[in-house]
Design a protein around this ligand. Structure first.
Ligand SMILES: [Zn+2]
Ligand SMILES: [Zn+2]
Length: 334
């Protein structure tokens, strides 16, 4: 076996709202654990090359195909949108550009392994990209695994994208750690038998299952996200609400700091009535317990005291608090 043949591994990671908070941190730690574990395996160390593509409103190859020894795990930041199609196109581009093909005279790289972690609710024209990839992948040029993370995954999306579709139900840091260890074992066995079909399915960790035809899917979102801004620090954050089975209302869960506030028509916004929400997550920056909407469209953290002055962190307008109508607040999808 020629040791100079590389085994390219692509991690496509959804960094949309549904990954905010503990899940995003757990994925970050998971990638670190994966790399550490592979570095301890001489065969993987010889052959494995890693690339990371993240996707939210845009897709970005945050780490180009890099030798394991020189790979630095990236930091992820949550943004709105879930452009799975753009991520698949970046993947195809990188495979075409960076992976050495086998010709009559040279032995090329091994067939790449691709792992797509997604909330399964893409917001762009992913279907066309999935179709292009199917065509590009026949005969097979990559082994594709799609892993659905979170309560709103549509398994049909995963099946359209990958050869193997998995559902991850345990989204705790421990769940992600086990998943990335499984991934490491799959990569290690692929570095010994690189031309094999996708494997490792007989030893999936607890909390990860195959997404087959019978996997149930409820199209009503289980989570709703709202972008807001802290009145004091002017920093953006994400409010997370989860659907309660009892009455279908969305209950306030937590506020997560965001790196960027995304506005405009391309941020894939729709509406949810405030009447469907129960409670309000406190501001993660100043602990303000509630939020109001400015006529400019900004949702901002506020105190509960109606005599406190309110200044919109976006347009700087002074707002008067009072009983408003049934305000429609913007909700971001992704
Ligand atoms: Zn605040
Ligand atoms: Zn405003």
């Amino acid at each position: 076996m020629n040791l100079s043949r590389r085994l390219p591994i692509y991690l496509l990671i959804d960094v949309s709202e549904s990954m905010a908070g503990p899940a995003m941190l757990a994925v970050e730690q998971g990638v670190k654990a994966l790399v550490d574990s592979l570095k301890g395996d001489p065969m993987a160390l010889e052959t494995a090359y890693l690339s990371v593509i993240t996707f939210s409103r845009k897709a970005e190859q945050v780490v180009p195909l890099t030798e394991l020894m020189h790979f630095t795990p990236p930091k992820f930041s949550v943004r709105s949108g879930s452009s799975l199609g753009a991520a698949l196109r970046l993947l195809m581009l990188s495979i075409k550009r960076d992976v050495v093909k086998t010709t009559a005279t040279t032995k090329g790289d091994w067939r790449p392994l691709v792992f797509v972690l997604t909330d399964g609710q893409p917001t762009d024209d992913w279907e066309r990209a999935a179709e292009e990839m199917r065509r590009a992948n026949s005969p097979r040029v990559a082994n594709l695994y799609a892993i659905g993370c979170g309560p709103d995954v549509d398994p049909a999306v995963l099946r359209r994208v990958a050869d193997v579709s998995l559902m991850m139900t345990d989204l705790t840091p421990e769940g992600f750690r086990k998943f990335f260890l499984w991934l490491s074992a799959s990569v290690q066995s692929a570095s010994v038998k690189p031309d094999a079909e996708p494997g490792g399915l007989d030893r999936l960790p607890a909390g990860v299952q195959l997404a087959d035809e019978d996997t149930e899917y409820d199209p009503t979102p289980r989570q709703v996200f709202l972008q807001a801004r802290c009145q004091k620090t002017r920093k953006p954050y994400l409010m997370r609400f989860a659907r309660r089975d009892r009455d279908g209302l969305y209950e306030a869960i937590a506020g997560h700091p965001l790196e960027h506030l995304e506005t405009g028509s391309d941020a894939a916004q729709s509406s949810v009535s405030t009447g469907d929400l129960d409670g309000c997550p406190p501001c993660p920056f100043c602990d303000n317990p509630v939020a109001s909407t400015c006529p400019c469209g900004t949702l901002l953290c506020t105190t509960q005291n109606p005599r406190d002055a309110i200044v919109c962190p976006t347009c700087r307008a002074e707002l008067v608090s009072g009983p408003g109508g049934p305000a429609k607040i913007r909700r971001s999808m992704g």
